[in-house]
Design a protein around this ligand. Structure first.
Ligand code: OOG
Ligand code: MG
Length: 264
């Protein structure tokens, strides 16, 4: 249930938008509003999406977050969440990504889906997601929690659009029926050393389950997932902090690899 007034939603949205666009840390929103609900978090996120679209950003898809045990443990939460993705967040493969416009940048490996049919909830299933999937491809998400000292709770992170900041897709696109997405392995290398590895089943048993969950949350927000959407299904491993000078390489079994660099 939404408990915040329209005025508070707009004010908190402006606070999050300022932190995102000018790259500074803010206290978690629940410090000021301890009774804030998940619905309040989504109301702030929806207002942020409305403002970005009004400013000319294009909505290109959505992301599921906190869908793996590793991520839930890392962030100390137990429920998955969703956030929106815009054209301004996309960066090319093999590019150099600046960190001076980010607060706490961290990288994670995800399986991304591109859809060819509309999907809607309630009751959307992984089978329906796979039938509506045009292809899957690998992605690196660069998340950026805007909250000071990583003090964090689900309501605040939902309001902060699930820490969405940048993402890079690339590698090799594949039809999902040619792969076993549960056993698909990924290795994350930082400066030539392996720092994380895992299998895509870490994401709710199957990444398509995460997309189904996302579609069902969209239904609660009064939205559907149109054909042609780009959807990231959630970090497979814990997220890894990056600094200027770092080189990241994500190697996905069957889907190729993606490299990026970070600079000041
Ligand atoms: C929240 C974002 C979670 C994922 O893939 O699990 C996320 C965070 O960790 O700040 O994007
Ligand atoms: Mg993610």
């Amino acid at each position: 249930m939404v408990t915040l007034s329209r005025e508070d939603i707009v004010r908190l949205c402006e606070r999050v938008e300022g932190a995102q666009t000018r790259a500074y840390a803010i206290p978690k929103l629940t410090d000021e509003y301890p009774n804030m609900t998940m619905a309040d978090g989504y109301a702030i996120q929806t207002e942020l999406r409305r403002r970005f679209i009004e400013q000319g950003h294009a909505l290109i898809g959505w992301k599921a977050g906190l869908t793996s045990r590793a991520k839930m443990q890392q962030m100390g939460v137990e429920v998955p969440s969703i956030g929106f993705l815009t054209d301004r967040m996309a960066r090319p493969e093999s590019s150099s990504i600046t960190v001076s416009d980010l607060v706490h940048p961290r990288v994670e490996c995800e399986v991304a889906f591109v859809t060819k049919a509309d999907l809607s909830g309630p009751g959307c299933t992984a089978e329906q997601v796979l039938a509506a999937t045009d292809y899957v491809l690998p992605a690196i998400e660069i998340i950026d929690s805007r909250f000071s000292g990583f003090k964090f709770d689900l309501e605040s992170v939902v309001a902060d659009n699930g820490s969405s900041a940048r993402f890079v897709s690339g590698g090799r696109a594949r039809y999902p029926d040619e792969l076993d997405l549960r056993t698909l392995g990924v290795v994350l290398e930082k400066n030539g050393e392996i720092v994380e590895m895992g299998a895509a089943a870490e994401v709710l048993g199957h990444p398509a389950e995460a997309v189904a969950m996302l579609v069902n949350i969209l239904h609660d927000l009064g939205e559907t997932l149109p054909a042609g959407s780009f959807v990231m299904s959630g970090g497979i491993t814990a997220a890894v902090a990056v600094q200027p000078g770092d080189h990241i390489n994500a190697r996905f079994q069957e889907l190729g690899s993606i490299s990026i660099r970070f600079e000041q």
